[in-house]
Each structure stands twice: as C-alpha cells, then as structure tokens.
Design a protein around this ligand. Structure first.
Ligand code: HEM
Ligand SMILES: *[C@@H]1O[C@H](CO)[C@@H](O)[C@H](O)[C@H]1NC(C)=O
Ligand SMILES: *[C@@H]1O[C@H](CO)[C@@H](O)[C@H](O)[C@H]1NC(C)=O
Ligand SMILES: *[C@@H]1O[C@H](CO)[C@@H](O)[C@H](O)[C@H]1NC(C)=O
Length: 373
C-alpha cells in the first residue's frame, strides 16, 4: 500500500475544463458534482462524473458492428523495408530504458485510443485537423494531459524515414510499438506477431475521442456497448481491461469511490488513496495496480475480485456472474490471459475506419501532421 503513495506523481498542467453546448464545467465543479452523488438526475458515466447536458443519460455508442476482419493486414508486411519492426522495437526499448517503463504503458494505451476512433489510422497522433489546431483527438478528455509516448512514435518515424522513406505508416508504428511494449512489460510472457499494412488518416476530431472511448465512470453495460460499437465482444472487453495492471491514473477519475462515498473498494486501499489524493490533488497520479505496478500480468483480475482496482469501470467487471466468470478464470490462469490478451490486441488492431467519404488515407511523412504536398 505504501507503494501507492510513494509512486504518486504530480501532474503539471492545465485544469481540464469541459466545454459543452455553451456551458463550461470547471474541474472543481465536476468534483463538487461527483461528491454529491445523490443530486437529482445525477449519474456517473463516461469521462464525466455526473449527468452532463451533452450526454443526457444516453448510452455513448451507436450500433454494434461485426468483428473487424483485418482484411488487407498481414504479418511481415514490410518486406520492402526489412528493418522496420526492428527500428520500432529499438525506439521503444531506448525509451523504456532510463527507468521509464511507464512509457510502455503509454504506448499500449495510445494504440487502444487510436483504434477506437476511426480505426487504427494514427488519428490520435495528429496535432492539426483541416483548418484548425488544438481540436484533434489528443485534445479530448480521454487524452489531454494523459496520453504519453508520442515522442517514441515520432522518433521511430524519423528513423524509418531515413531507412525507407514514405514506406511505413504511423498507424503501423503505433501497433508495433504497443506490441513491443506489451512484450517488454510482461517480461516476455506476451510475445506475438502484429499484422500490418494500415494507412494513416487525415482527420482527427476531439469530440469523436470523447464519444467513442469508454470512460472510467461507465457501467458494465456502457462498456459492453462501446466495445460492441467497434465490433469487439464482451470477452475482448474483459481481456483488454487487463492492461490496467500497469501504468498510472489521476485521482479525478476515481475519487467517486473513495471515502466518504460508499464503494466496494478494499478499505485499506481506499483510505490510502484518499490520503494521497487529498494531499496531492485531483491531477496527481497513482499506480493502477498496487500489487505488481510495473508488470503486465493477470494481477488485475485478482485485484478486481479483491476490490483493489481504481475505477467504477474496473469494479464493474465483478458486477455480474458472466463477467465474474471471465475475471476469475483469468485470475486463476495467467497463461490463458497472456494468450487471450495477445489475440485481443491483434483483433483491436484490425479495427478499420468505416467513415463514408473520408479523405483518402496515406502514409504520413511525419506522424503529427498529415502530408501537405
Ligand atoms: C474498458 C474500458 C476502459 C476505461 C474506462 C479506461 C479508462 C482509463 C483511465 C481513466 C485511465 C487513466 C487516465 C488518466 O488518469 O489520465 C486509464 C489508463 C490506462 N489505460 Fe485504460 N481504460 C479502459 C480500457 C483500456 C484498454 C482496452 C487498454 C489497453 C489495451 C487500456 C490501457 C490503459 C493503460 C496502459 C493506462 C495507463 C496509462 C499510463 O500510465 O500512461 N485501458 N484507462
Ligand atoms: C525491456 O526493456 C528494458 C529497457 O530497454 C531492457 O533492459 C529489458 O531487457 C527489456 N526486457 C525484455 C523482457 O525485453
Ligand atoms: C495547423 O494549424 C495551424 C493553426 O490553425 C495552422 O496555422 C497551420 O497552417 C496548420 N498546418 C497545416 C499543415 O494544416
Ligand atoms: C466480487 O463478487 C464476488 C461474488 O459475488 C464477491 O464475493 C466479492 O466480494 C466481490 N468483490 C468485490 C470487490 O466486491
């Protein structure tokens, strides 16, 4: 438990304010609203801890889709640039050296946040979208002041442009980097091949990140719907959530589960987190897995069972018999989860942009800006 406090990092940075249909909610107001959880019409959902005029209690997602097929993607795709995957791995390992293993957690999360918005097309890396800056996915609530590892992708891209100009897409770099980070953080236990052949999109909109990505205040039903909207199933959702056995999270996303609010969180953990968050503030960070914080392992599932997870959305995995069955299965068999996680990462990597009339995708020259020639 001492680890939680010891590993707290204080975030510099802006207070995130949520602008929505003309109303602006400051972070403080959000916090006030979340602690008075009994106010009328107030629900916890998505990325915002209270009923929000924009969301209006609607489920966050449209219709379920069939599973992504992965058509067009192949293992060993870059035969014309044989060093490509090695160059990415080197960039990832270089970044994770210097004691910064957390960057690996960031890279796994970038992949997830990319794939859930317009498919795995590196839209999450864009700083500009047509005609504006600061309005892209990376500025949305799930990403701003949070996603880390962009520099690793940009560095890998710079090396790849030297070795094989205009050949390797940023979307594939993101996928390879997530695979490499997974392998490293699991100490080699989750080692798999990542199909490639993705192209980079030219559009990135922060509202889409906020709408498509599941949030920490989601219920099991919300979570299932947001994965179904990507063609991913219930088991994929439970399997991929195991990524919360690494990395860090800000207090603002789980104070709704700390004293004096009722919750099923382990009492010692809740008390320790409460002290840390009170002392260091809503933007301070704690490790997600208080037991094995830097190992990507099946500890997450034991934590779900034992009340040692942070978010409403994590705890939701213990809220029905169906979910509990999968959770307990993974808690009791690490190898099952390693295999399932590898498969689910590949499946998530198959999500494609289904937007009609989108600008023709491309292979970007720089990952943070679409090609301008
Ligand atoms: C099931 C729904 C999910 C929800 C609601 C969710 C929510 C969150 C939240 C709120 C944070 C903390 C962000 C912050 O404090 O700034 C976080 C961190 C993280 N999430 Fe998720 N997540 C989900 C699924 C996933 C999936 C599918 C993956 C990857 C396969 C993933 C990987 C991570 C990682 C690695 C971190 C730590 C990042 C870091 O340390 O930089 N999450 N997640
Ligand atoms: C993970 O990366 C670190 C830093 O580069 C390296 O020292 C370590 O050997 C790697 N571990 C595995 C299992 O690849
Ligand atoms: C990026 O956005 C800025 C600010 O809107 C704009 O001045 C610049 O021209 C944009 N760059 C491109 C390549 O679109
Ligand atoms: C998870 O569900 C099981 C079965 O209902 C229960 O025994 C256990 O206490 C629950 N865990 C938490 C943290 O609520």
């Amino acid at each position: 438990m001492a680890k939680v406090a010891a590993l707290t990092i204080t975030l510099l940075g802006l207070l995130v304010s949520v602008t929505c249909q003309g109303s602006i909610y400051s972070a403080q107001q959000q916090q006030d609203a979340s602690s008075s959880s009994s106010s009328p019409g107030c629900i916890l959902r998505g990325w915002i801890p209270f009923l929000h005029p924009c969301r209006d209690g609607q489920p966050p997602t449209p219709n379920p889709l069939p599973p992504p097929s992965g058509a067009g993607l192949t293992v060993g795709y870059y035969k014309n640039c044989p060093g490509a995957e090695g160059i990415v791995r080197k960039a990832v390992e270089k970044a994770m050296d210097n004691g910064n293993r957390g960057i690996g957690a960031g890279l796994i999360r970038i992949f997830f946040h990319d794939c859930f918005v317009r498919g795995c097309d590196a839209s999450v890396l864009l700083r500009n979208t047509s005609g504006s800056s600061d309005q892209t996915e990376m500025f949305g609530l799930p990403n701003i002041n949070s996603l880390r590892g962009f520099q690793v992708i940009n560095d890998a891209k710079a090396e790849l442009e030297k070795a094989c100009p205009r050949t390797v897409s940023c979307a594939d770099i993101v996928a390879f980097a997530a695979r490499d980070a997974t392998r490293n953080l699991s100490y080699g236990a989750i080692d798999f091949q990542m199909p490639a052949g993705r192209l980079d999109g030219r559009v990135s909109l922060k509202e889409e990140a906020e709408k498509n990505l599941p949030g920490p205040f989601d219920s099991l039903d919300d979570l299932q719907k947001s994965f179904a909207a990507q063609g991913l199933g219930f088991n994929d959702m439970v399997t991929l959530s195991g990524a919360h056995s690494i990395g860090v999270a800000r207090c603002r996303f789980f104070t709704n589960r700390l004293p004096p609010n009722p919750s099923d969180m382990d009492r010692d953990l809740a008390r320790s987190l409460k002290a840390t968050c009170d002392q260091n503030g809503l933007d301070s960070k704690v490790v997600q897995d208080p037991v094995t914080p830097v190992a990507l392992d099946n500890q997450y599932y034991k934590n779900v069972h034992n009340g040692k997870v942070l978010f409403t959305s994590d705890a939701a995995l213990n809220s029905t018999d169906d979910a509990r069955k999968v959770v307990d299965g993974f808690a009791n068999n690490a190898v099952d989860w390693y295999r399932a996680f590898a498969d689910a990462m590949v499946k998530m990597g198959n999500i494609r942009d289904r937007t009609i009339n989108r600008p023709k995708p491309e292979i970007r020259e720089k990952c943070f800006i679409y090609n301008t020639y």
